[in-house]
Ligand binder design. Sequence first.
Ligand code: TGC
Ligand code: FAD
Length: 392
Amino acid sequence: MKPDLFEAPDYYQLDDLLTEEHKMIRDAARSWVKRDVSPIIEKAAQDAVFPKSIIPGLASIGAFGPYIPEQYGGPGLDQISYGLIMQELERGDSGVRSTASVQSSLVMYPIFKYGTEEQKQKFLPKLASGEFMGSFGLTEPDHGSNPGGMVTRFKDAGDHVILNGAKLWISNSPFCDIAVVWAKDENDRIHGLIVERGMEGFSTPETHNKWSLRASATGELIFQDVKVPKANILPGRSGLGAPLSCLDSARFGIAWGAIGAAMDCYDTALRYAKERKQFGKPIAAFQLQQKKLAEMITEITKAQLLAWRLGVLREEGKATSAQISMAKRNNVEIAINIAREARQILGGMGITGEYSIMRHSMNLESVITYEGTHDIHLLITGLDITGENAFA
Ligand code: TGC
Ligand code: FAD
């Protein structure tokens, strides 16, 4: 793979909207990605392995639970810092951002928000340091967009419950130490349970043959009469709203992350277009290539503004789920379109692993599907503006 020469576009001087601390956190993440992710990520993706060697580095830049308070081992940062870290990670690879998103928003967040003090003390510091890695089990083989239909269940058995069922498409599952699993009780009420590796009847087979997110490990969570102590049930909230609130946090991170992938594709294509000559001049001099590049930077700038404003609203506790959906949907869509156009600017070279674009392009096919599909987010906006539910 070519050396990482990335220079971040900032067409509207959006850096002026950031504090010195934001810029420091972002730059630290950017340098770490250049040094520790870019040199190894192409091979990891080609080999379809998650590079576990980067786990301590992810922890060191505060990527595990950025907004978790220091008393629980987190760095206690604000929402924009969280977004900026996700942007830089996804600039490197969506799979790396995915691992951090799941750990932060889908494992640490529910424990922090809905867990007991004992659960927080037991799990959060180890998750923040990367000593423990977590996964989040919501999706099932027959219930993806409609998680409320889940059939994974648990029954009361004294001081513990007995859990049965299966989750599919679970990021980090093959190597997770714990899984935050959503399952129904005997009254059909959804609860979060912390299932620990080593519990009898719990297995995590890996899903192979992915053409997307190859540097992230995906698998199943299978529960066969697993005895889960009642002390591992998250007591703070039940019902579908509990896992969906975690998705709000993860979708917010993706709205920022997708900009990172888009920026990397744009930057690569711009540099290539200036250097590559055909018909005696740089291809950047042709109007058709300029149109592609000009549209890319316009869309990136709009996405940056959307993400920044959402970060402010979220920090103030005012962001709605529908606003988060709009940003996730828009920013992933512009990123996938930019990746496609950028690849064309590189001609044949665009399909090789010498450049990051094809990898981003394939990764974004997962990003546009997980955390709510493109269609589901459109329907969330539709419901919000019309008051009419078009899901079912
Ligand atoms: P609905 O009746 O609308 O809502 C049920 C209850 O939940 C509340 N609610 C929310 N609460 C917090 N945050 C949100 N975003 C919420 N959306 C809804 C709602 O108020 C209600 O509360 P209550 O108290 O009245 O019961 O539920 P529904 O069954 O009609 O479904 C709505 C729908 C389709 C929008 C929802 O199910 C959905 O978002 N589906 C998409 C599923 C999804 O996104 N799965 C993601 C799995 S995790 C993942 O992909 C990780 S990828 C790895 C990585 O991040 O990198
Ligand atoms: P389906 O729900 O079957 O959807 C199929 C198609 O139907 C889609 O185009 C969808 O938009 C459309 N559709 C569905 N309902 C409607 C409707 N009402 N109206 C119009 N169109 C509709 N899940 C987790 O719980 N944890 C994870 O860590 C996790 N990681 C993932 C990692 C990867 C790489 C991938 C690919 C997925 C991951 N997921 C995870 C699962 C992901 O959230 C689901 O794939 C996603 O929610 C869609 O569910 P589905 O694949 O079952 O598709």
